[in-house]
Design a protein around this ligand. Structure first.
Ligand code: PLP
Length: 355
């Protein structure tokens, strides 16, 4: 990548109180930008003051949603240094998303370099209160002004950062989830395995309805038979069934979460077998009735691990671990967050200090 130029903001913002932060509402002083033009490639990497982007109203992203994004965090270690968690995995996943959406990819090396550059610039924004972090949102949008449907000839790669408070104000708290029978999030052959805005646009209705009924999240079923479990809200989902853990296989409509992969690698290192396979709602609810479904949790960068206390499928209920956080769920949460915040050793080499 060319040298990243830096234009600093004239006045810096007041840092917010980490206790009252809502997710993704406050942004730092600067952002990273890079442009793409067919024939020229990615060029002009730069850090500039955070602010609105100038877009032509006919910019293709606004009409046909040619867009991909990523999400990762920078963590403040007890020794004051700042670290990232498996950023290369985000870079690789963004390349896969780009490939599906016909967007010219940014190399893993350049992706990580850009993330590190903006984090370095915004280092004072990485909070140090317990469980707080700086959320990093890289994204690419099609900016070519054109209403014809084709792969755009111009793009912007942008990275913005937002300080986030503790996800759980008072310890991790199990959520109630609703098995969605009507809307589907993704289908095989579609874009479910990518991180793209379109997947989210299509998911909002089900979330709104579930919320109205008093549930926190939707449990998505597969788009073909509406029989197999896929994800929970915007997280992957894992279940403890007797002495093993099962999680939906990456069939094309499930997002390959980095937290999911890290859970699997941790569980295997603890000699707990993990099966990646099809899991029907029927199997799960039957296992819950007979006491074999011991724990369930969602996994994702934002919440890390989100225990599931109760599930509802067409009025059929399953209560998990009496609605409390299970011991394996807690152990995963403690280990993952311990490694991410640098409070315990990282034997996997997952963390990278930003110098
Ligand atoms: C980002 C995301 C996840 C979780 O991925 P992580 O890499 O663990 O943060 C799961 N499902 C969906 C739909 C997502 O967009």
């Amino acid at each position: 990548m060319e040298t990243i130029t830096i234009t600093r903001a004239e006045r810096l913002k007041q840092k917010p109180d980490p206790d009252t932060l809502e997710f993704g509402k406050v942004f730092t002083d600067h952002m990273f930008l890079m442009n793409y033009e067919a024939g020229r490639g990615w060029h002009d990497p730069r850090i500039v003051p955070y602010g609105p982007l100038m877009l032509d109203p006919s910019a293709m992203v606004l009409h046909y949603a040619q867009e991909v994004f990523e999400g990762l965090k920078a963590y403040r270690r007890p020794d004051g240094q700042i670290q990232l968690f498996r950023p290369e995995e985000n870079g690789k996943r963004m390349i896969n998303s780009c490939e599906r959406m016909c967007i010219p990819p940014v190399s893993v090396e350049n992706f990580v370099e850009a993330v590190k550059a903006i984090v370095r610039e915004e280092k004072d924004w990485v909070p140090s209160a317990p469980d707080t972090s700086l959320y990093i949102r890289p994204f690419i949008i099609a900016t070519e002004p054109c209403l014809g449907v084709h792969a755009a000839l111009r793009y912007i790669f942008c990275i913005i950062c937002s300080p986030v408070g503790a996800y759980y104000a008072s310890g991790i708290d199990p959520v109630r989830i609703f098995v969605e029978n009507e809307d589907v999030r993704a289908v095989r052959g579609g874009t479910g395995f990518t991180k793209c805005g379109g997947n989210y646009a299509a998911s909002i209705r089900a979330s709104e309805r579930a919320e109205e009924k008093g549930f926190t999240q939707v449990l998505w079923l597969d788009g073909v038979e509406r029989k197999y479990i896929e994800e929970v809200g915007s997280m992957n989902v894992l279940f403890k069934l007797d002495d093993k853990v099962v999680t939906p296989m990456l069939s094309g409509s499930v997002l390959p979460g980095i937290t999911r992969r890290s859970c699997i690698e941790l569980l295997e290192s603890w000699d707990i077998p993990v099966e990646e396979r099809l899991i029907s709602a029927q199997e799960l609810f039957d296992a819950a009735d007979t006491g074999h479904l011991e724990e369930a949790w969602g996994s994702g960068t934002a919440a890390v691990i989100s225990p599931i206390g109760e599930m509802d499928w067409n009025g059929r209920k399953a209560l998990l671990n009496q609605g409390k956080t299970g011991p394996l769920t807690q152990r995963l949460y403690d280990t993952l967050t311990g490694i991410q915040w640098g409070k315990i050793p990282d034997p996997f080499g997952w963390t990278e200090i930003v110098t």
